[in-house]
Design a protein around this ligand. Sequence first.
Ligand code: ATP
Ligand code: MG
Length: 183
Amino acid sequence: MHFTKLRLSGFKSFVDPTEVVIEPGMTGVVGPNGCGKSNLVEALRWVMGETSAKRMRGGEMDDMIFAGTSSRPARNLAEVALTIDNSDRSAPPQFNDSTELEIVRRIQRNSGSNYRVNGKEVRARDVQLLFADLATGAHSTAMVSQGRVSAIISSKATDRRILLEEAAGITGLHSRRHEAELR
Ligand code: ATP
Ligand code: MG
C-alpha cells in the first residue's frame, strides 16, 4: 500500500485547491521559509486521524481552516483527501474490496470534522486503525516534525517506550486490543 495523491482545499495556507501527485520513490518538498512545507506534512497527519490541534501547531482544530490574509477572506471549510494504492490488499478487511482508497477528512468552522473512505462516512477510529499497522499513522515515527529530534532526546522513559513500540510494529495491536475491550 502506498500514497499516490494528496489533495488540499482551505487547509491552513493552502486556500486554493492543491493537488500533489506522489510518484514512487523519494519525494522532496522544497521552498522558502513559511511557504507551507510543514503544513503539507501536517495535512497528511491530519487526514490520517490526528486528534491534537497542538501537535498541528494550532490552538484548536478550527485553526486548520484558512484564516484569511489582508487580501483574502477566511474560509469556513477545510478538506484534505489522501489517495492510497491498495492493490496489495493490505488494508483492514472492511476496506479491502477496493484497490484504491480515498480518505477524506473535512472540517467545518464550529462544527468539527468528519471522515469518508471512498465516499462512505466512517468513524475517526476506522481511519486511525486503517493506518495503525502501516507504520504511517498520525503519530508514526515515520513522520518526524520540526523540533521533534531534540524533544525525543529530552523525553521521559515512558514516552520513549511508546516510540520503541511503534518501531516494533505493535502499536496497531494495542489499538485493536483496546477496541476489542470496549465492545
Ligand atoms: P520553514 O521552512 O520555516 O519550516 P514551512 O515551509 O514549513 O517553513 P509552514 O510552517 O508550513 O512553512 O507554513 C507557515 C505559514 O502557514 C505561515 O505563513 C502561516 O501564517 C501559514 N498558516 C498556518 N495556518 C494558517 C491558517 N489557518 N490560515 C492561513 N495561513 C496559515
Ligand atoms: Mg517547516
